[in-house]
Ligand binder design. Sequence first.
Ligand SMILES: C[S@@+](CC[C@H](N)C(=O)[O-])C[C@H]1O[C@@H](n2cnc3c(N)ncnc32)[C@H](O)[C@@H]1O
Length: 253
Amino acid sequence: MGKDKLRKFKENETFTCLVQPATSEVLGHDHPLKGHWNSDFFHNDKPVVVELGCGKGEYTIDLALRNPDFNYIGVDIKGARLWKGAKFAEENRLPNVGFLRTRIEFIESMFAPGEVSEIWITFADPQIGREKKRLTSPLFMARYRNFLKKGGIVHLKTDSGYLHAYSKAMAKQNGLEILADAVDIYGADRERLYASQIMSVCGKDAVDALFQVQTFYEQQYLAQGIPITYLAFIADHEGPYVSPDWEPDRWER
Ligand SMILES: C[S@@+](CC[C@H](N)C(=O)[O-])C[C@H]1O[C@@H](n2cnc3c(N)ncnc32)[C@H](O)[C@@H]1O
């Protein structure tokens, strides 16, 4: 392991905003913070929003700075990436930011029923041909349902037409209420987003933030001229989530 990575890992251990459970604490066990993020971590009762696969944490931090009445937790498995966001949150003493280093597969060990209001999935790997690893698959949706509030929203921002189309088909197949569906947010769909359901549910500031808050990966895709898509839906669903009837052959990204 490189010296820089080692230095970041060491510094990570000093950050109070960064929770790094051992695998033994989350594999088949409930972590002590499960059900207690408000009381024991944030020390407030503001709604909790989670970003899955947050990388360096730009989105988590930017949303937290804009929305002081919400708590934000960025989740990723890569410690050297999380270091960047955690360092910023630590140095700036951001009271509504936390980072969690764990595999998303263990997320149910970290959050209790109704503990989370919204989930952001930003520029996740589309996992082409590997549905079970896809963050909007029925398997992951069932995990999220176990800790999302009733009416909890899943936001998906991606450069992947494949992931966007799959997730939309999954939402439709399971009768989930779609609040926004845009295949080119900075292009033709921009104005439509201001007329979509997400505007009435989350407000204009939230729609503005879609364009103004950009992740590390998003900036790179934009520089290459790749369209950025956005899908938002309510996760509520009775019974098992099922895979969509969907024809993926024509999708490459
Ligand atoms: C393509 S990057 C996007 C990072 C960030 N959202 C952005 O847009 O800049 C995907 C991130 O998801 C994380 N990730 C992928 N699968 C994961 C999993 N199963 N558990 C935790 N993190 C995961 C990776 O470590 C990586 O940082």
